[in-house]
Every structure is written in structure tokens, then in C-alpha cells.
Design a protein around this ligand. Structure first.
Ligand SMILES: Cc1ncc(COP(=O)(O)O)c(C=O)c1O
Length: 465
């Protein structure tokens, strides 16, 4: 009899060859692996990662895509998952299970005014569910008849599937995947550094929000069901709307019975120094989607959370009782897994008990202050952020704001990694505008670790420019 599978033991050479021969990595041009070895991460503790060659890195990306909120190597999450799996691993989400009930209650405690939680597996899927809710509602609710279109912002990202990419801006990221789905309508971003209306905050009339009404009227308000936004745009370049932005947008949405979907996939769970990104604004979204930090990426989990008024549309389908299907006609096999909710419950307990949202606020403020010191370099055009979610926009010329090339960014990034620090960047998302370096470390970061990250970036800037 063979012994049970053991992923913790391996032969280094075999793994390096296996990586090259068998894996198709996300977002990677693989030709470089002819001469270069791909980094294989084998261990993590706190913010520190170790690769298969034994080299250590300080991770300022929370796992590359901003999702390991409580840090690596948390025994208590692994134990919670293990105990739950031994007891009961799975039954379809059409039925109840204990961790799902407990975690749904926990989420609703953190979202007063919201009433129902629908679980699935990824951020894309959580947004797909939101779109399907909007579309089905536009068929079964006479008051919403025909309101099936979804509006989205031109620098936001909402996922990898064809529907969610149809609802994403980021032209370069979308390239080659068309034709896109009907029923998705784009509106301009709200980034002051490159204002789409060529205005300056303080002397503008928040046109970026107000002009959305014109787009709605042009498209036909009676056809628009929802508008999706990231509270603070993440992969699109760390774009934080001004305080007036969401209240204006919300007023417009309410005027035309358009539901506001807040995509908290990145910003949720303390990333921005408040538990939810939208809490920085006077706004009350109708649907909230979340993933990534939900279970700190110890397990895959996402959720779509709605207000009672939306749930009631499905409960009270007025169609002929003999033929109607008065429920949300959607299923996700893995939405019935129990381990992700067990992980999420423990991860959220850690966030609360260790006061990590407050640490995100305090350390985030310090990180932003330290990054602002880098403005002394000619290549640093803008520094921005909220909580532990910051970005630097690199330019060739501060006056014209001409962006540096993606090649230059790649060299700069290489020079940061060479010092044992991992940071992120916009990656082939916009033609000629992939020039933002981002910082989103785990919420447990210390002042000393912030200093190490900023020092590595300063050295890399000096080497690159
Ligand atoms: C704001 C936002 N929404 C949705 C998604 C999609 O999440 P996933 O990759 O889990 O499908 C992402 C992914 O980066 C994201 O940044």
C-alpha cells in the first residue's frame, strides 16, 4: 500500500522542472522561463515568505493580489479548517451547514442594513451573482421590468469571466476577449490625478459623479438595473474618489431606481483602515460583493450580500403561481463547502481580536507618509492611498505627467525584488498607463517592516532612473 500524499516533502530539482514543464502560470509570458527560474514559494510566516531555494522575502502584497489579511502561517485557521473537514466537509448549498450560518450572521453583524448572504467561490463569481440577481429581478418584478443593464467605471475591474470582464474597464486587460456581452455600459473614472474632465478638485463640480446622470439618460434609465463600483479602485491604480463622489452617485442611482453594487472584493476586511472600503463615504450600497480577504485566502470563498428589499423580489414573484419559479435560480457547487466558512470565521475573529483594522489605519497612515517622502524623486508623480492600500504613480515628467513605460516598471520591480521585498503593480491593464506600483501588506505589519519596504523602493528608484 502506498503512503498517503505528502505535499510537504519534495525534491527541489523535480519541482523546478515540474514548474517549467507542467504549470501554466497566471498573467505570465512564459518565454522568460527558458532562461529564468520561476519563483516557487514554499513557506510563509507573518509577512515573510521563503522560496524553494531558501531565499526570504518581505511580502508587501498580501499574497500577490492583496488577500492574506492576517498574515501567513496561522495555526488556528488551519486547525479550524481541519476540525470542520473531519466533521462535515460538504453538502450542496441548497441546504444549511453550521459554519455557513455562523459566518453569514457574522457578516450581517458587520453590515447593518443588509439581510441575506449568498456564498460562492471567487470575486468574479460574487459579481456574476449580483448581475444575475439584477437580471432575474428585471424579469420577475413588474416595477423593475426591463432594467437589466449594468453600468461600470472605465478603470475598475470586477473579474475574469466573460460577464465580469464585460463589466470591467481596463481596455488592455479586455483586449482579445471580445465580443463582450450586451447590457454593460461604461462611465468615466474619478481619478483626480488624471481627471477625465480636465478639472482640479476644489474648483470642479465633481463632474465625474454628476455626469453619470447624462450617460444614464442617454442609455435609457428604464433599462438600467445597477451600477457597480469598487469603493477604491484597486488594480486600476489605487484610485480613491473624493468624499462628495459616492453621495452624488447614490442620489442619481436612487432617482432612477438603479441598485448600487459595491465590489468590496479588495477593500473589504480592513484593507483600507475601516472594515469596509465604502465606510469612508456617506453611502449605503444595495448589494455588496466580497472575496479575497474573506477567509484571508486560507480557503476560497466569496459572498454576495443584499438588502431585504432585493431578497423580497424573489420571495414575492407575482407570476402565475402554477408556473412561477419564485427563487433565485442559481447554484455554485462549491458554495456548499464548509471549510471556507470555518476559515473565514477564524480569520475574521483574528481581525477583530487583534484589532487589525485599527493597525491597518495606523500603519497605513505611516506607510503613506513614508511613501510621500519619495516625491523628492523626479519619477514619482503621485502618491495616494487609504489604510494599507497605497500606490505610487511613476512618470517621465512631473509637469506633463507622461507615464513611464511598462518595461521601465518591470525593471524597477526587479530592482525591488532583488532586495528581498515584494510589491505589486498595474499589469497590462491599460494601453500606456501601467505605471502604478501598489502596496497592500498583511494587516499585521509593523513600523519596522514599513521602513524596510520604503527603503527597498527608494534604492530601486535610484538604480532604475
Ligand atoms: C475589485 C475586484 N473585484 C473582483 C475581482 C475578481 O476576483 P477573483 O479573482 O477572485 O475572481 C478582483 C480580482 O482581483 C478585484 O480586484
Amino acid at each position: 500500500m502506498k503512503t498517503k500524499t505528502n505535499c510537504l516533502e519534495y525534491d527541489v530539482g523535480e519541482m523546478v522542472d515540474g514548474d517549467k514543464n507542467s504549470l501554466w502560470h497566471h498573467l505570465k509570458p512564459h518565454k522568460c522561463f527558458g532562461t529564468q527560474e520561476q519563483m516557487i514559494i514554499v513557506e510563509g510566516k507573518g509577512l515573510v515568505l521563503k522560496d524553494i531555494r531558501g531565499k526570504e522575502y518581505l511580502d508587501a502584497t498580501s499574497g500577490g493580489v492583496w488577500s492574506v489579511m492576517v498574515g501567513y502561517g496561522r495555526d488556528s485557521i488551519a486547525e479550524a479548517v481541519c476540525e470542520q473537514l473531519k466533521k462535515m466537509n460538504y453538502f450542496a448549498g441548497a441546504y444549511g451547514n453550521i459554519p455557513a450560518i455562523k459566518f453569514a450572521n457574522k457578516l450581517l453583524e458587520k453590515l447593518p442594513g443588509h439581510d441575506k448572504v449568498y456564498f460562492s467561490n471567487s470575486g468574479s463569481e460574487a459579481n456574476e451573482k449580483a448581475f444575475k440577481i439584477v437580471r432575474q429581478a428585471s424579469c420577475i418584478d413588474p416595477a423593475r421590468k426591463g432594467k437589466y443593464k449594468i453600468m461600470y467605471r472605465d478603470r475598475d475591474y470586477h473579474g475574469t469571466t466573460i460577464a465580469t470582464i464585460s463589466a470591467s474597464g481596463q481596455a488592455q486587460r479586455k483586449q482579445d476577449f471580445g465580443p463582450f456581452l450586451d447590457g454593460f455600459v461604461e462611465f468615466p473614472h474619478c481619478a483626480c490625478y488624471r481627471c477625465p474632465y480636465d478639472k482640479t478638485y476644489g474648483s470642479c463640480d465633481i463632474e465625474c459623479a454628476r455626469n453619470v446622470e447624462d450617460i444614464i439618460l442617454k442609455e435609457g434609465a428604464e433599462s438600467i438595473g445597477a451600477l457597480i463600483v469598487e469603493p477604491i479602485t484597486a488594480g486600476g491604480g489605487i484610485l480613491k474618489p473624493v468624499p462628495e463622489y459616492y453621495p452624488i452617485l447614490q442620489k442619481i442611482c436612487r432617482k432612477y431606481e438603479i441598485w448600487m453594487i459595491m465590489d468590496e472584493v479588495v477593500c473589504g476586511f480592513g484593507r483600507t483602515g475601516k472594515f469596509w472600503g465604502h465606510e469612508h463615504y456617506d453611502v449605503a450600497p444595495d448589494i455588496i460583493t466580497m472575496a479575497k480577504g474573506l477567509a484571508s485566502s486560507y480557503e476560497a470563498l466569496s459572498a454576495t450580500v443584499v438588502k431585504q428589499k432585493i431578497y423580497d423580489v424573489f420571495l414575492n414573484d407575482p407570476a402565475n403561481p402554477a408556473t412561477r419559479l419564485d427563487y433565485f435560480r442559481d447554484i455554485s457547487t462549491y458554495g456548499g463547502c464548509t471549510a471556507p466558512m470555518a476559515a473565514a470565521l477564524e480569520s475574521t475573529r483574528i481581525i477583530d481580536d487583534e484589532n487589525l483594522v485599527e493597525n491597518s489605519r495606523i500603519m497605513g497612515k505611516y506607510l503613506l507618509e513614508r511613501l510621500n517622502e519619495l516625491k523628492k524623486y523626479d519619477c514619482v508623480g503621485d502618491v495616494r492611498g487609504q489604510g494599507l492600500f497605497c500606490g505610487i504613480e511613476y512618470v517621465n515628467n512631473k509637469a506633463t505627467r507622461e507615464p513611464v513605460t511598462e518595461e521601465r516598471m518591470a525593471t524597477l520591480m526587479g530592482n525591488v525584488v532583488a532586495q528581498g521585498v515584494l510589491v505589486g503593480r498595474t499589469n497590462s491593464s491599460f494601453h500606456d498607463l501601467n505605471n502604478v506600483m501598489n502596496f497592500a501588506p498583511c494587516l499585521i505589519i509593523t513600523k519596522k517592516q514599513v521602513d524596510t519596504i520604503v527603503a527597498a523602493v527608494a534604492t530601486a528608484i535610484e538604480k532604475t532612473f
